[in-house]
Design a protein around this ligand. Structure first.
Ligand code: PMP
Length: 400
């Protein structure tokens, strides 16, 4: 190494050196190429962004409280937004007091703060198997050991939670329209999970970015209803308003929220005052009731297109997939002979992309026969074309 390359950066921290770039990162970069039909993305549909409503609310905020909106603000969050979020959560039948809510810069920041506050090197953290890749990446920075919560075709299975969960720092779960499986936990399983959390004395983190994206029926309420004394829930405006706002919230017992507030102060002082006040105004204007039905319709229609194409073009033997009631993802399970890390390379060569299942596992990473498909941003004709190509590739591989 010559002195020039050596001095390209200050000496790197162990944290950076430990976080290796995965093969998946490289594959996803390929998937982003313009001529590829990508089912790999996790972006919400831009068709759902309420540009007019945002414009109107921005004008109102600037006229009414411009100086306040452009100023620094409290770490915990702006009162008008906290009040609106409290009202919204209460309307779902889940209690939430103002002092139980912390505003964050996207729920991804909440995951980081939770790791910072509640994980030491080697701490045991439970995650579903599979779980959200971004949460695993956020927690990884704090070097936990993972224990996987087994899942079946109905989501996580609380019956399989035993005494080995006694010493975990928390169980991170996505109970509604899960990322990556699209599955939703039934009320019975939610109650059982709450019972197990009490029996083995552990905390639950219930991450819920997709709950409002239901196609027909509203899903069951947050785990905060079933175990309020030991659940921290995460919400976000990314899927109901706009991810560019970078706005989310954490709800939990105030003692459990306080460390997050303390750490957030060091991390970014406060979440954008401007976006918080615009969002409070949009909520006051009735966004949740007027805008969301159209968003749900977009997601439902896109999902139907993909499921129909899969029925038509995917091989039938040994291949199964979830049929979500909401959200953005379909999870495909293939025969064990197929390694989707490998399959992805061939798919990309044929101009189709997905996320290989291994990205969503923490322990062992032995699950190579699955993939996540997102149907949200691809136009219907391209969904059919991409699924047909993928189906043909799978049929070749399986000799069907
Ligand atoms: N949790 C889950 C399960 C997600 O799928 C995502 C992103 N898609 C996030 C958290 C992060 O969302 P944001 O930071 O935009 O609120």
């Amino acid at each position: 190494m010559n002195s020039e390359t050596k001095n390209q950066t200050p000496p790197k921290s162990q944290r950076v050196l430990n976080s290796t770039n995965s093969i998946i990162g490289d594959l996803l970069k390929l998937a982003g190429q313009a001529d590829i039909i990508s089912f790999a993305g996790g972006l919400p549909s831009p068709k759902s962004f309420p540009i007019k409503e945002v414009e109107k609310a921005t004008q109102t905020v600037l006229e009414k409280e411009g100086a306040l909106a452009l100023q620094y603000s409290s770490t915990v969050g702006e009162k008008p937004l906290i009040d609106q979020i409290g009202k919204y959560i209460n309307s779902k039948g889940v209690p939430a007091q103002a002092d139980e809510i912390q505003i964050v810069s996207g729920s991804q920041q909440a995951l980081d703060l939770l790791g910072m506050a509640y994980i030491d090197k080697g701490s045991l953290v439970a995650v579903e198997s599979p779980s959200y890749l971004g949460a695993i990446q956020a927690f990884d920075l704090y070097e936990p050991k993972y224990i996987e919560i087994p899942t079946d075709e109905h989501g996580l299975n609380p019956d399989l939670i035993g005494p080995e969960f006694k010493n975990i720092r928390f169980a991170y779960v996505i109970t509604t329209f899960q990322n990556p499986t699209g599955l939703t936990l039934s009320v019975e399983r939610r109650k059982k999970l709450a019972e197990k959390a009490r029996e083995y004395d552990f905390w639950i983190i219930d991450d819920n970015p997709y709950g409002e994206l239901y196609y027909d029926q509203e899903p069951p309420p947050s785990m905060r209803l079933y175990a309020p004394e030991r659940t921290i829930s995460l919400g976000t405006f990314s899927k109901v308003l706009a991810p560019g706002f970078r706005l989310g919230y954490v709800v939990g017992p105030k003692e459990a929220i306080a460390p997050l507030t303390q750490l957030k102060q060091a991390v970014d002082l406060n979440t954008s005052t401007f976006t918080q006040l615009i969002t409070a105004q949009i909520m006051e204007d009735g966004l949740m009731t007027t805008h969301l039905p159209a968003v749900r319709e977009i997601y439902k229609t896109q999902c139907e297109y993909m499921l129909k194409a899969m029925d038509q073009y995917f091989p039938k033997e040994g291949v199964t997939w979830t049929k979500p009631d909401g959200g953005m993802f379909i999870w495909v399970t293939l025969p064990e002979s197929i390694n989707t890390d490998e399959l992805m390379k061939e798919a990309v060569a044929r101009k189709v992309a997905f996320v290989p299942g291994s990205a969503f596992y923490t322990v062992g990473k032995e699950k190579y026969n699955s993939m996540r498909l997102s149907f949200v941003t691809v136009p219907p004709a391209k969904i059919e074309e991409g699924i047909k190509t993928l189906g043909e590739l799978l049929k070749e591989k399986l000799g069907q």
